[in-house]
Design a binder for this molecule. Structure first.
Ligand code: UT7
Length: 332
């Protein structure tokens, strides 16, 4: 059986910076509240008619392919995680295939929200392990900003989310060469309604849509999500360590899903990890859901915070609820 390893990485964020001060009038919020509760200073919001999820994913993918020293034609499958595709259907994978000019390779959309990238990585890892594909693009990409309630009613959710995309090339390697050591996926649908957007869907009345219907904006029971998140993060990180016979001290870099800086700091303290072993960039980008982990990975690699041979742990928790982790022996 083969193993899989990440051989290239890249990211793309829209140029439009939205600072907390920009939200103050719109949403009756304050820079102080946002920074104190979430750590976020600014986020990127896509401009309608300019960036799309597909266009950002394609840009990130091209960078990841170049970083891998490959050409687009070397890619034989696409797995893309998003909860904000450009169309209600089909999924965005097909537009990424087309815009990359990528033959007729298969494209799979994954809908696991904040855990989406790890679910996508795990799926791609299985395809590589069985020998079905050799070089898979694994992407996380979101545009949340067009679907947020930007009035005071939506402030608890809308100040948090940002837009962005990032991609990795996952390639086959020989067993024992390391790379992705393991992935761990979980869900608990009992908490579906704690973090969700109901519409469009089968539990809201059929069309016509009522303008500004709250069912069509994301709803979050922030406190409940926070409480579950801090428990599940620690659990799923420990599960990954145990599966590989590793200890917390063996982790060189933890990349938690960027949901809230306070959650990342809580995990860091709970796991007794030094601050420099946890990478956060939520301050600049907010929560970009499926894009957040690869976006943080990409920046950490770019900044030299992750090096060849490092043991990297990625972990996520979010809507579903779903949660997941992976241990990766970084190889470039
Ligand atoms: O990525 C998916 C997973 N998501 C998460 O993990 C998020 C988890 N939850 C959280 O990060 C936090 O719960 C939030 C950041 C979302 C909210 O922070 P909180 O400390 O739990 O605030 P809260 O919702 O309990 O609200 C506290 C107060 C309320 O006012 P009162 O009732 O105390 O007078 C809110 O109305 O803060 C008020 N508030 C705001 N004030 C200014 C809520 N949102 C805002 C806002 N600006 N944006």
């Amino acid at each position: 059986m083969k193993n899989s390893k990440i051989v290239g990485i890249g990211h793309c964020v829209p140029p439009g910076i939205v600072k907390n001060a920009d939200l103050e009038e719109m949403m009756n919020t304050s820079d102080a509240w946002i920074q104190e509760r979430t750590g976020i200073k600014e986020r990127r919001w896509a401009k309608f008619g300019e960036e799309t999820v597909a266009s950002m994913a394609v840009d990130a993918s091209k960078k990841a392919i170049a970083n891998a020293g490959m050409e687009v034609k070397d890619i034989d499958f696409i797995v893309v995680a998003t909860m904000s595709p450009d169309y209600q259907f089909p999924g965005v994978g097909t537009q990424i295939q087309d815009q990359l000019g990528l033959g007729y390779v298969g494209a799979l959309d994954i809908r696991n929200q904040c855990s989406g990238f790890i679910y996508a990585l795990s799926t791609a890892d299985q395809f590589v392990k069985t020998g079905m594909y050799k070089n898979i693009l694994v992407i996380g990409a979101e545009i949340h900003s067009h679907r947020l309630d930007k009035t005071p009613r939506g402030r608890a959710v809308s100040v948090i989310f940002g837009d962005g995309a990032a991609a990795v090339v996952l390639s086959a390697c020989d067993e024992g060469e390391e790379g992705v050591l393991s992935t761990h996926l979980h869900s608990d649908g009992a908490y579906t309604e704690e973090l969700m957007a109901k519409g469009p869907g089968n539990l809201v009345p059929p069309l016509p849509v009522i303008p500004n219907d709250p069912d069509f904006f994301p709803h979050m029971n922030g406190r409940a999500v926070f409480k579950h998140a801090v428990i599940r993060f620690s659990e799923v990180i420990n599960e990954a360590l145990k599966a590989n016979g590793k200890q917390v001290e063996d982790i060189d870099m933890l990349i938690p899903h960027q949901a809230n800086l306070r959650i990342s700091q809580f995990i860091q303290r709970a796991m007794d990890l030094p601050e420099e072993k946890v990478f956060n960039n939520i301050m600049k980008y907010g929560n970009t859901t499926a894009a957040s982990i690869p976006l943080a990975l990409s920046e950490a690699v770019e900044e030299g915070r992750i090096k060849k041979g490092d043991l990297v742990c990625i972990a996520a928790f979010g809507s579903g609820f779903t949660w997941a982790s992976s241990l990766i022996r970084w190889n470039f």
